[in-house]
Design a protein. Structure first.
Length: 475
């Protein structure tokens, strides 16, 4: 039976029903709908709108239905419009008319918003844990290569030498910001709409704050219209997921470059690479490429929801049905990509010799010449000009900076004494970058230790939230 229809004399047209039907995708909300229904039943019982016996029967039937949904014994049928109507059907099959009592003081408008929040919280905790796993893999790989020199790049051109561990761990810092944003999102997402009804609240003596606490939310909405129409939490979650995807895409691009024949730095493990159906020699970085490609899908899902929301008047509109599939898809996409990407990172081997040989090429030590002159008291603009002339002379002669003669150095600038050769080494250049955040080894060791501590702290936060929300799921 439909959850509405008393004022209608005719049935819904088949085409209209097919358009309206959402149970194929919103069935994912079934565990959360049953959870919010148990909380609502307790509020009705507290308000005296259910007798003790009725409350016990309804809560017991909801728990039975939860087990049946989990096992697959209860599933939607062709007449169910959405997850709510399917579960009410299941409840009335168990309890008869008593199963319809839960509709008192509740609308699908506040119900679906509550369910979707619970789903989003539960699943962003999962995504956060997977991101944390990738952080751990990057930190371990950075520690493994903390003493390996390599060229650094800007504009994809050789810039300055650095430690390859410093290059790798930059991605762990980007992911740390993703995790911080997810933690920040919880404060705004964990607010309960339940009790707001269709848009105006209820004349029944309900207690929305009690149901909020029962569900693990920290509070309930102050404005019932805002409660049923707010989808900021969906748009913001989609941004968080798209940002993670963007970071994976940028990492994937670097893995593609590093594993190319032109670079020859990285060998991706067989378990995370593929071959070609026609070229026997190929080792393709498919995991990195797929991560790069999936980012467009995540960004598209965010754009879909923002576009859907931008012209909607407040309170519930059926357009809001379009909030779920993008969220489900983004979560499921990242849940698929992250473990594979983490495995690829963990098992990739890097060629220390090739990276070290490449570190001083492309005149990457030119800045050391300029800094040498600055320490001798020359304004940086003049020092930069002299270093640039050194590069020009080398290019004309087809040599590297350290191959300039003492006479050539002196001709470019009188303060370029033979002492300049002491700074024209990769080891010296890297070791001198001791400013906070620089690539020198002591800094990198400190970064690794600090990120280890952050990961441990974040994992404790994830565990605390899981205890709160997963514990409520079991009630």
């Amino acid at each position: 039976m439909a959850l509405w229809g008393g004022r209608f004399t005719g049935g819904t047209d088949d085409a209209a029903f097919a358009l309206s039907r959402s149970v194929e995708f919103d069935w994912r909300l079934a565990p959360y709908d049953l959870r919010s229904s148990r909380a609502h039943a307790k509020v009705l019982l507290k308000a005296g709108l259910l007798t003790e016996d009725q409350g016990v029967k309804i809560i017991g039937a909801l728990k039975e239905l939860s087990d049946e949904v989990l096992s697959g014994a209860f599933i939607p049928n062709a007449s169910d419009e959405d997850v709510h109507s399917a579960l009410e059907r299941g409840l009335t099959e168990k309890l008869g008319e008593l199963g319809g009592s839960l509709r008192a003081g509740r609308s699908r408008n506040d119900q679906v918003s509550t369910d979707l929040r619970l789903y989003a919280i539960d699943h962003l905790l999962m995504i956060e844990a997977l991101v944390s796993d990738l952080q751990v893999a990057l930190i371990a790989k950075a520690d493994e290569y903390k003493d390996a020199p390599a060229p650094g790049f800007t504009h994809l051109q050789h810039a300055q030498p650095l430690l390859f561990g410093h290059e790798l761990i930059k991605h762990a810092h980007a992911l740390a910001r993703d995790i911080d944003r997810i933690h920040d999102w919880f404060a705004r997402a964990a607010i309960s709409p339940l009790g707001s009804g269709a848009l105006a609240g209820s004349s029944l003596e309900l207690d929305p704050q009690s149901s909020a606490k029962e569900l693990g939310f920290h509070s309930s909405f102050e404005n019932s219209i805002d409660a049923v129409s707010d989808r900021d939490f969906v748009a913001e979650a989609l941004f968080l997921l798209a940002m993670v995807g963007s970071h994976l895409s940028r990492m994937g691009e670097e893995w593609c470059l590093w594993s190319s024949s032109e670079f020859g730095w990285a060998v991706i493990d067989d378990g995370f690479a593929t071959g070609s159906s026609i070229m026997p020699q190929k080792r393709n970085p498919d995991v990195a490429e797929l991560a790069r490609g999936k980012a467009s899908r995540l960004i598209g899902n965010l754009t879909t929801v923002l576009t859907m929301l931008k012209g909607l008047p407040f309170a519930y509109n059926r357009d809001l049905q379009e909030d779920k599939e993008p969220l489900f898809d983004s979560i499921e996409t990242l849940a698929l990509v992250l473990p594979a990407f983490t495995g690829m990172v963990s098992t990739t081997k890097f060629n220390r010799e090739v990276m070290a040989a490449s570190a001083p090429t492309g005149f990457s030590l030119a800045t050391e010449v300029a800094d040498f002159l600055v320490r001798a008291g020359i304004p940086f603009a003049n020092a930069h000009e002299a270093a640039g002339q050194c590069v020009h002379t080398c290019e004309a002669a087809g040599i590297q900076l350290h191959e300039l003669s003492d006479t050539q150095f002196a001709a470019i600038h009188p303060l370029l004494t033979p002492e300049v050769r002491k700074v024209l080494t990769v080891e010296g250049a890297v070791a001198s970058r001791l400013t906070y955040g620089g690539t020198a080894l002591p800094n990198l060791v400190s970064q690794i230790a600090n990120l280890h501590s952050q990961v441990d702290m974040n994992r404790m936060k994830i565990a605390d939230k899981k205890r709160t929300f997963s514990g409520m799921m079991a009630q």
